[in-house]
Write a new protein. Structure first.
Length: 331
């Protein structure tokens, strides 16, 4: 579940506990560019307070105006469309001719929202189904690889644990990567069996796994919402993680190092480990997009940029080396 939408769910529970009435709005479908993806949430309180978003701001303003004049009463969910015509698209800041479909629930069931939060907290993936014709809302079990469904009458959104990132190595780049990844909604795990690095790890919000890298990968039971990035610069440690991660459903597996070092790594993985060519081809190495990064925070930005592109289906593997100021120090 997107970190922004987790904030929306938390706010909804607090508002419900305080006795506030609020509407829940979900992005059902978009055409053209859109600031928020399908499934994004926004809640609109009876006094006009807002949490979350469904666009860049213009549509939120219109929703607040419509709520203030009593347009969103009752309890039945309904479909809202914005930007159907070129004039409307211009008015609401959408691409010319673009369309944004929203499902609005004037009075969402607070008990179901509480159940959803509890199931997410236990690590479950959950489908939330809204049927416009009947107004029925239900929660069902989800699984890795599921996606949102919308046929114009029934909206099924997927909710669950945040995207996960396992970082191998507790060095300087890892600190920036962990902090930035959390801002993007990742649940971050760190694994480094080297006590001289791991004992000083103190990045808030991260979880340390006290195991060898291959065991850490196995322990996490990686799914399509997981990523692994090896940053130790020690082939003995990085390769241990990669040989397990490349066999997993993880959507992204990357390793730091020069182009030459990663070529040698691919040769090792094929020659000495039980990995197929297709599995080795999944490796993003050198890790990150080629943005000329040289400092640890710049390298972290390049890694997250590539992870985001892969997660969003934009690219599969970079082919140009990210500048790695430490590559020359590792054979």
């Amino acid at each position: 579940m997107d970190s922004l939408d987790t904030q929306v769910l938390d706010a909804a529970r607090k508002w419900a506990a305080a006795g506030h009435r609020f509407a829940l709005i979900t992005v059902a479908r978009t055409w053209g560019s859109a600031p928020r993806p399908p499934g994004a949430w926004m809640i609109l309180r009876d006094d006009g307070q807002v949490q979350g978003s469904v666009s860049g701001g213009c549509i939120e303003d219109d929703l607040i105006r419509r709520a203030a004049v009593g347009e969103f009463t009752g309890s039945a969910p309904r479909l809202l469309r914005y930007g159907v015509t070129a004039d409307e698209a211009h008015r609401f800041g959408l691409p010319c001719g673009g369309t944004l479909e929203l499902v609005l629930e004037p009075a969402p069931d607070a008990a179901l929202l509480e159940q959803l939060a509890q199931r997410i907290a236990t690590g479950q993936l959950v489908h939330r189904r809204v049927v416009l014709a009947s107004g029925a809302v239900s929660l069902e079990g989800g699984s890795a690889g599921d996606s949102q469904q919308w046929d114009g009458q029934t909206l099924v959104t997927l909710h669950g644990p945040a995207w996960r990132l396992l970082i191998i190595g507790a060095g300087q780049i890892s600190r920036y990567l962990a902090t930035m990844a959390q801002a993007l909604g990742y649940r971050v795990y760190i694994c480094d069996p080297r006590s001289e690095y791991a004992d000083g790890w103190d990045v808030p919000g991260t979880e340390r796994i006290a195991a060898m890298p291959d065991d850490a990968v196995t322990e996490l039971s990686l799914d399509p919402r997981s990523a692994v990035v090896a940053l130790t610069h020690d082939p003995k440690l990085d390769d241990m993680a990669l040989l397990e991660a490349l066999k997993s459903p993880a959507f992204y597996v990357g390793a730091l190092g020069s182009q030459a070092n990663n070529s040698k790594r691919r040769e090792r993985l094929l020659q000495y480990f039980d990995l197929s060519q297709a599995e080795v081809d999944r490796l993003h190495g050198p890790v990150g997009l080629p943005i000329g990064s040289r400092t640890p925070p710049e390298i972290a930005v390049s890694i997250l940029a590539e992870m985001t592109a892969v997660k969003n289906g934009q690219i599969f593997r970079s082919t140009v080396a990210v500048t790695d100021p430490y590559a020359c120090r590792v054979a």
